[in-house]
Design a protein around this ligand. Structure first.
Ligand SMILES: *[C@@H]1O[C@H](CO)[C@@H](O)[C@H](O)[C@H]1NC(C)=O
Ligand SMILES: *[C@@H]1O[C@H](CO)[C@@H](O)[C@H](O)[C@H]1NC(C)=O
Ligand SMILES: *[C@@H]1O[C@H](CO)[C@@H](O)[C@H](O)[C@H]1NC(C)=O
Ligand SMILES: *[C@@H]1O[C@H](CO)[C@@H](O)[C@H](O)[C@H]1NC(C)=O
Ligand SMILES: *[C@@H]1O[C@H](CO)[C@@H](O)[C@H](O)[C@H]1NC(C)=O
Ligand SMILES: *[C@@H]1O[C@H](CO)[C@@H](O)[C@H](O)[C@H]1NC(C)=O
Ligand SMILES: *[C@@H]1O[C@H](CO)[C@@H](O)[C@H](O)[C@H]1NC(C)=O
Ligand SMILES: *[C@@H]1O[C@H](CO)[C@@H](O)[C@H](O)[C@H]1NC(C)=O
Length: 374
């Protein structure tokens, strides 16, 4: 028996030595340069309760995505609030992935002139609050298992958090709720405290009492500029149906180039399962692109890498000008997209039609029949 075993082992060794190696997209921590990669839920650079699946370093400076998952307000205690502040250069978007987040916002200039009204929203799972540069804001997590997904543009703002947690930093504990911030250098990190801003507490039906605009009682159109916070209740923003490449997309932009001075876009895509026998199209964007899975299962193939399947909480990053394809391997697969430009969403929206429903039609996208669903 012995000689046979030796023969089998050496054959196996030869095969594996000669096999072409297809690199895996999966890594266990956020890379330090913009290469294609994917992270399972919970993997990535971590700082306390904050996880950074995409950083300025890993996206070539395009954006940072951070997930903050913690217990919110301990039962029976008074909520601590981060001090109200403004970023002059950084766009900061808040998305409740789980639980509830209270977010306040008001444009600084019109706050000073007393010509705008302070706004607040209770963001439940899937709700969005966009804070353009020059907007006073503060927030708190409300539920025992709340996950806030923050998108910060341009990438690199996150260095602030790492600096502030550094025991060598000249921390100053005097700002309320801040837990030790080096106030002497906040401006260097694009953080400008607004200590006279008093967050209003008259919250009725998830928003400030007597506020204007809809919150779960009508549509949330995207504004035409960056002069106020942007609020989109889950599925109440604009949506587009795209029937292309053997699947339906329901594209729901949260911000596009128009709201971000063409610096980035963010939204969600809901995909139908790929039609059997129809290959998903290969795409190639001129800007960095990230997908964060929320529901279902998405297969992503990046040129030169083995295909991977992502489930909820997983992240994939594709640098600019790298070809890839994606398709759903489960019904109603939903993910957040973030791109350093807006060729992904404008390209899809240009091929689509305005769509009221959060669902795609139940009929196969391969069918040539007219849609029955309106
Ligand atoms: C980004 O890269 C710089 C330069 O190498 C490094 O100092 C910094 O710690 C990195 N930041 C993160 C969040 O990894
Ligand atoms: C701001 O404007 C409101 C009415 O628009 C007024 O009631 C209030 O007194 C003003 N506040 C200040 C500080 O001027
Ligand atoms: C800490 O910050 C407060 C408020 O900005 C300031 O008054 C105080 O002088 C600072 N203390 C130190 C030690 O820097
Ligand atoms: C807001 O509306 C309520 C009625 O819904 C009213 O009682 C209250 O006075 C209003 N508050 C303000 C500040 O206008
Ligand atoms: C910004 O957009 C809002 C709503 O889309 C509009 O009411 C406002 O006039 C605009 N402001 C400027 C400065 O264009
Ligand atoms: C928009 O971006 C352009 C350059 O791309 C810049 O010159 C301009 O100041 C920006 N506008 C605002 C309001 O930030
Ligand atoms: C991607 O390609 C576009 C168009 O060819 C080019 O302008 C851009 O500089 C490229 N970006 C990167 C990061 O290589
Ligand atoms: C993606 O597009 C860029 C710019 O058009 C091109 O240089 C590059 O070769 C493309 N990549 C692939 C893999 O097709």
């Amino acid at each position: 028996m012995k000689p046979i075993i030796v023969t089998l082992l050496s054959t196996a060794g030869l095969v594996s030595a000669n096999a072409p190696s297809t690199p895996s997209l999966w890594v266990t921590t956020t890379p330090q340069s913009p290469v294609p990669y994917a992270l399972k839920k919970g993997n990535g650079i971590r700082l306390g309760d904050n996880l950074f699946p995409i950083t300025g370093n890993s996206s070539g400076g395009a954006f940072c995505i951070m997930n903050t998952n913690d217990a919110g307000i301990p039962l029976g205690s008074v909520p601590g609030l981060l001090f109200p502040h403004v970023h002059r250069k950084t766009f900061e978007n808040f998305y409740a992935t789980k639980g509830r987040v209270q977010l306040w916002g008001q444009n600084l200039e019109t706050y000073r002139k007393n010509t705008s009204t302070q706004q607040t929203r209770t963001l439940s799972q899937g709700d969005f609050g966009g804070i353009p540069p020059g907007t006073i804001h503060t927030f708190m997590l409300l539920e025992p298992d709340t996950e806030l997904t923050g998108v910060l543009v341009p990438g690199g703002f996150e260095e602030f958090f790492f600096h502030m947690s550094d025991s060598n930093a000249n921390n100053n504990q005097t700002l309320p709720g801040a837990g030790g911030f080096d106030t002497s250098s906040l401006a260097k990190w694009d953080v400008f405290p607004q200590m006279d801003f008093v967050p209003r507490r008259d919250v009725v039906n998830g928003r400030e009492a007597n506020g204007t605009g809809h919150w779960y009682d009508g549509p949330n159109p995207l504004p035409s500029n960056e002069s106020a916070p942007i609020w989109i209740a889950k599925n109440y923003g604009p949506k587009y149906l795209v029937t292309d490449g053997g699947r339906y997309h329901v594209v729901a932009p949260l911000v596009t180039g128009q709201q971000t001075n063409n610096t980035f876009s963010q939204g969600t895509i809901t995909l139908s399962q790929q039609t059997a026998g129809m290959a998903p199209p290969t795409v190639n964007y001129t800007m960095a692109t990230a997908f964060l899975l929320q529901e279902g299962e998405l297969e992503v193939t990046v040129a030169g890498y083995a295909p991977i399947r992502l489930i909820d909480g997983d992240a994939v990053f594709v640098p600019a000008n790298v070809s890839f394809s994606y398709h759903a391997t489960a019904e109603f697969t939903k993910f957040m997209y973030v791109t350093g430009g807006d060729d992904l969403d404008t390209g899809l929206i240009a091929k689509g039609t305005p769509w009221k429903s959060a669902f795609y039609p139940q009929q196969s996208p391969a069918s040539s029949n007219k849609l029955l669903w309106i």
